[in-house]
Design a protein around this ligand. Sequence first.
Ligand code: SAH
Length: 493
Amino acid sequence: MKKVKAPYNKNEIVTVTVTDMGSSGEGIGRTQQGYTLFIKDAVIGDTVTARIMKANKSYGFARLEEVLVPSAGRAEPLCPLYRKCGGCQIQAMSYTAQLDYKYRKVREDLIRIGSFPEASVDACMRPAVGMEDPWRYRNKEQVPVGTDKEGKLVTGFYAGRTHSIVPMRDCLLGRKENARILETVLTYMEQYRVPAYEESSGSGMIRHILIRNGIYTNQVMVCIVAAADRLPREDALISALRELPGMASVSLNTNKEKTNVILGRKVRTLWGSDVIEDDLFIQEVRYEIPAPGGGRTAAAFTGTEEKVRFRISPLSFYQVNPRQTEKLYSLVLHLAELTGKEVVWDLYCGVGTISLFLAGRAGQVYGVEVIPAAIEDARRNAALNHIDNARFYVGKAEEVLPAYVKEQEERGQLGKVDLIVVDPPRKGCDPVCLDTILKIRPEKVIYVSCDPATLARDLKILCEGGYGLRTVQPVDQFPQTSHVETVCLLTHT
Ligand code: SAH
């Protein structure tokens, strides 16, 4: 077969107006010849020159060279390492433009993938819930340790596919105070000649520094990830770290595998507590009545209501943006409208975060999660908060839920379920899980999603099975990045 030639050569410079944005936050535009280019760091509305990096027959990838006419939504990235790092994808957009991008992404996926009519999507979509200050929101940082080009010990990130680390001590999404922790560990390493782990050869010792903190308790946890069971002069490391503000837990995680998975399974506490704790507070949610002719209004959050306390170990899963997580869960509770009697299932429940809030307002909650350690945490968290109406099952949602239905049917009746909450990983729900939800037919389904494409696919199935979409609410869990989180409410049609 004759190979069709791409219309451009590598390194050719073209002028493009960016008219759309892709799912990773890259700009998409067409050249004057109508050829589609994906351009990282270009913003919708920009006119730019770009260098062709890879050209296929009908589309290609280019690198931003110069912004000729900036978009109204363009902002100067705050982080000097923004383009090198890749951790953030949309710092070049103003925060208003970021929220708008996320809103449109959800809307377009619902229309394109979910086949929902535009008018019905517009009728139930609410503006994305943003942060007042969309920086320094993360309560967890995992920073690689290595050597720079000169062989000097540094913390930072791997540049592209290389094994050399670009130095970085202060990520603008993390806590400012973390820089001192990183410095302290580096000083210890220099002083006692503790080598950094070397990815290419598998030699050396320290791989990552994991830092977690509680925003209400102000407790700080440092976990050193090393390809070793012990560190040289652990006493010296401990005495340097324990002096730092809020330090509550210092531990060593052993990871000897040649892998890019950060944490190994084994953790040993070197000093202080095995865990730190933090709270999440639920807020009251109000949707203001829209002005006549105006669009849908955004959610407003007022006054704190109940709180739940969580234990966080180096290995446990815990939401990384606690302020927005509070809003996310407040929205779930607002949409659930529980009265204290309901039977609720929380599928993909992790360490039981959503389940424990639901338990405070429902009759009985059942949580399902595939990772046994997360369920152990969920049970401990329930006990810590004196919650006794939440039961947790280890297993896949698509297996546990059908087994429950089968058991109930054998007993001659399908027990009432009022609400099912799902919060699946990016790949969405298994079809068997969705079928079982349709069989149980709870009055309400709340879908929390971290991927609008699989959300749209799954909502289509639920709506073809007798549900109607009532509310679609994007929540910005990860400002400066292209990740989009959404909460949706469905009820019977
Ligand atoms: N609701 C939790 C966690 C959501 S993350 C919170 O808000 O904190 C999604 C969770 O689904 C992960 O904990 C993952 O381990 C779990 N998971 C993945 N596949 C699953 C499956 N098939 N059945 C049940 N849980 C699953």
